[in-house]
Ligand binder design. Structure first.
Ligand code: ATP
Length: 486
């Protein structure tokens, strides 16, 4: 989360487990869990060095292109400025990341409801939120090579990373990241609209709608997943920073006296979510912001950070935003955005705890975390060790040979599995190569239909990580796989 401090962008306003923390958690929304674990277990290390391996970056990017995860956008026209398209496998990965988030943030809870707000909105929303005035990054130009940089992200604020020259930067200018457009056929001031740079404002401006039309009462949350747009000065590191990306954000509205406890609760929950979905603990940390990084209205912000190949970097920010957002929108819209407690007759403006994650960035982190190479019988095996909820395909059906007596029933089996699992089917090349391909896609289970299957009505189920195989009756395959991926 970028914070509101002088000279920096003022943001809006700012091992595979099978059961998630949410599954185990009794959702008692009135009693946030006690002292949180993350402060102790993830104290930030002093520096970014010793980070993940830089070769890993190239290997993962190559694999994603080769296997249909991510393609450069408009590639046949030479590409388009750090925009990417998610291919047949990548779209599954991204959907699974979003689905895993939605499941734990909305489906498994009784205190969070969903929303899907519009991407286009009028300037008044962004005046109220502070984005029009303050959603800026400090931009510097190198007078030697004309490269442009975001000053606060440079390792050395005096040296141009492109030409290496020192002392060649212009004075920083504040560059607004909002994408502006016009709604309707006339390009006049009245038609100005903005593509949202975050999904959060949709939740604030619908606060009244949600409390008037549903049964929620504080503490409760509104969650949203969707595209956001920022005219980033220096997009890069593959899909880590792009101008068009997807976010998963939730605004949790609480009584002001309870804000601190809920902030701790959500820091803990969000950190645990990554662990529960297979992120290794040694590649994850929670970094509380220094006081000079905090926006003026925030009493606490912490970032969930992942150890990317270039070092620790943000996946998600959790912020205690006070009553800033609702107060601003109430002032600018003239609507009362507060909670009225009918039992006590009290009125109060809820405080907001906001966990704000990037879906595309998180998908990339899952790829980096899952990538592994090992030697098997003298050959290199590349495998993506995804948690089954994140894995693009859950199962692949592979007939041992291309002979019709095997492919016919194998296709039938795939058709039986498809209503239950995202399923791939592959009959080309040798069985060994097909296993390797599924390993590279991160498919947790392969089901092989062989000549014996015609006799014993059983198939071989091979587990991706251990490569262990077991024979399972065809009629039991669905239940068997369901149990393995519960
Ligand atoms: P950064 O400091 O990296 O620019 P931020 O602090 O401005 O990020 P937030 O406004 O807190 O980011 O947005 C919440 C999340 O949205 C981030 O943690 C990140 O995962 C994601 N995100 C933000 N900007 C981008 C981007 N340009 N490309 C991809 N994901 C992004």
């Amino acid at each position: 989360m970028t914070a509101a401090v002088a000279g920096r962008r003022v943001v809006h306003g700012t091992s595979a487990t099978t059961v998630s923390a949410q599954d185990r958690l009794p959702v008692d929304r009135r009693t946030p869990r006690g002292p949180v674990a993350w402060t102790a277990m993830s104290a930030p290390s002093a520096s970014n060095d010793g980070a993940g391996s830089p070769e890993l970056f190239d290997k993962v990017v190559n694999l994603t292109k080769r296997r249909g995860f991510v393609y450069p956008s408009a590639e046949i026209y030479g590409g388009f400025r750090s925009t990417y398209d998610y291919g047949p496998v990548g779209v599954l990965l991204l959907r699974n990341v979003k689905e895993a988030w939605w499941r734990s943030m909305v489906q498994l809870r009784d205190d969070v409801v969903g929303l899907d707000a519009s991407i286009l909105s009028p300037p008044r929303v962004w005046e109220a939120s502070g984005h029009l005035a303050n959603f800026t990054d400090p931009l510097v130009d190198c007078t030697n090579c004309n490269a442009r940089w975001r000053l606060d992200k440079l390792d050395d604020p005096d040296q141009c990373p492109n030409c290496g020259k020192r002392g060649t930067f212009t004075e920083p200018r504040q560059f607004n990241l909002m994408f502006k457009t016009h709604a309707g056929p006339v390009e006049e001031a009245a038609a100005v609209a903005y593509l949202r740079p975050e999904t959060a404002q949709g939740m604030f401006i619908n606060f009244k709608n949600v409390i008037d039309t549903t049964r929620v009462r504080p503490p409760f949350g509104i969650a949203q997943i969707g595209k956001s747009f920022r005219n980033e000065i220096t997009p890069g590191n593959f899909v880590f920073r792009t101008r068009e990306f997807e976010q998963m954000e939730m605004e949790y509205f609480v009584h002001p006296d309870e804000a601190e406890r809920w902030y701790e609760y959500w820091c803990n929950e969000r950190f645990q979510w990554y662990l529960d979905h297979g992120m290794p603990a040694d590649k994850l940390r929670m970094r509380p912001h220094d006081p000079d990084e905090l926006s003026h209205y925030s009493s606490g912000t912490a970032d969930v950070e992942f150890l990317f190949p270039w070092g620790w970097d943000e996946l998600e920010g959790v912020a205690n935003r006070g009553d800033y957002d609702l107060t601003q929108h109430a002032k600018h819209s003239g609507e009362r955005l507060e909670w009225y407690d009918q039992a006590t007759g009290e009125r109060w403006v809820p405080h907001v705890i906001e966990p704000a994650a990037g879906a595309t960035r998180t998908a990339m982190a899952f790829l980096m975390a899952a990538y592994d190479e090992e030697e098997v019988r003298g050959e290199k095996r590349t495998v993506l060790r995804f948690h089954h909820r994140i894995a693009p395909y859950k199962v692949a059906v592979l007939p041992l040979s291309k002979k019709p007596e095997l492919t016919g029933p194998a296709r039938e089996l795939a058709a039986r599995l498809r209503p239950h699992f995202m399923c791939d089917y592959d009959e080309t090349q040798s069985i060994g190569r097909r296993y390797r391909r599924q390993d590279e896609l991160g498919t947790p289970y392969c089901v092989t239909f062989d000549f014996d299957s015609l006799e014993d009505r059983a198939v071989t189920v091979r587990e991706r990580d251990s490569m262990e195989q077991e024979r399972v009756p065809i009629d039991e395959v669905v239940d068997h796989l369901r149990e393995l991926m519960a």
